[in-house]
Design a binder for this molecule. Structure first.
Ligand code: CP
Length: 311
């Protein structure tokens, strides 16, 4: 695998299958032991210039569980970027202080710029409305746990903000390595960007675009997303779409009984809490899977011996 994780399309199917297997191994090992002291000599830097709960905390937890150490910088206002320091100079400092880093930044391609300019592995923790490649791998891992990803055709319905939903952009590229079909359910204004439609067309992957939430009934996986308020230039547009779809127990009752409902979180009104205790609701499991997947990514990127995992 490349030494950095920047976009979903950098991964081959073999690399994805390897990461799914490694994540499963990590999950089993964590079932036996609370700590897996493998990265004791390493420091992770988490640089989050946009808000985050899951991505930052799960990466930090992953590093701690692996015996490593973490340094962190959260929010532009608390870094010297707010005093006018460039991202380049900031990154040169991080290179001196850490062995690997995760960056979340509002600018598309920020982590690619970082990877070009520093010598330590860079992980894209979300760049604007573009990509969120590690979220996509944990989403894939979740689908793999509950569905027959390696053998069956999986119909995924993506619901909500497909234009700005970066986790969707990464997941469709990962899913393109497996047998699947996509249904994109969104208002016309929030449909899949042209770049990704072209990607699917070139790979001859079938997909349907619709505004009709009833297409969720055809899906094996319902992947619901928040309307990404922070990406809208006109707040009135956001207000128009924010409550466009709500998946609740009434809707769930119309779906396949074995559908799984996923959401990258945070959620607002698009998933009603009345489905939280239904067996189909997998979004909290999905977030937990982020720990196993991010542990396996840290191990893989740092290229350390993995014998400790089988003790
Ligand atoms: N799914 C996700 O990226 O969550 P956070 O924004 O809380 O990191």
């Amino acid at each position: 695998m490349a030494r950095s994780v920047l976009t979903a399309d950098q991964f081959s199917k073999e690399q994805l299958v390897h990461l799914l297997d490694l994540s499963s191994r990590v999950e089993k090992a964590l079932g036996r032991r609370r700590m897996l002291p493998i990265l004791n000599e390493y420091i992770l830097a988490t640089l989050f210039f946009e808000p985050s709960t899951r991505t930052r905390l799960s990466f930090e937890s992953a590093m701690h569980r692996l015996g490593g150490r973490v340094i962190t910088s959260v929010g532009m206002q608390f870094s010297s970027l707010s005093k006018g320091e460039t991202l380049y100079d900031t990154l040169k400092m991080v290179e001196s202080y850490a062995d690997i880093c995760v960056i979340r930044h509002p600018m598309e391609g920020a982590s690619q710029i970082a990877a070009k300019n520093i010598s330590i592995p860079v992980i894209n923790g979300g760049d604007g409305a573009s990509q969120h490649p590690t979220q996509g791998i944990l989403d894939l891992y979740t689908i793999h746990k509950y569905k027959k990803l390696m053998t069956d055709k999986i119909v995924i319905a993506f619901v909500g903000d497909i234009k700005y939903g970066r986790t969707i952009h990464s997941l469709i590229q990962y899913m393109s390595h497996f047998t699947g079909e996509f249904i994109f359910i969104s208002p016309e204004e929030l449909r899949l960007p042209e770049k990704y439609r072209k990607y699917l067309d070139e790979k001859r992957i079938p997909y349907t675009e619709t505004e009709d939430i009833n297409y969720l009934k055809e899906a094996d996986v319902g992947y619901i997303t928040r309307v990404q308020e922070e990406r809208f230039l006109d707040h009135k547009e956001y207000e128009k779409f924010k409550d466009f779809y709500v998946v609740n127990s009434e809707m769930l009752a119309k779906c396949r009984s074995d559908i799984i409902i996923m959401h990258p979180l945070p959620r607002l009104s698009e998933i009603s809490t009345d489905i939280d205790d239904k067996p189909q609701a997998k979004f909290f499991d999905q977030a937990r899977n982020g720990l196993y997947v991010r542990m396996s990514l840290l191990l893989d990127l740092l290229g350390v011996p993995l014998g400790e995992l089988d003790k």
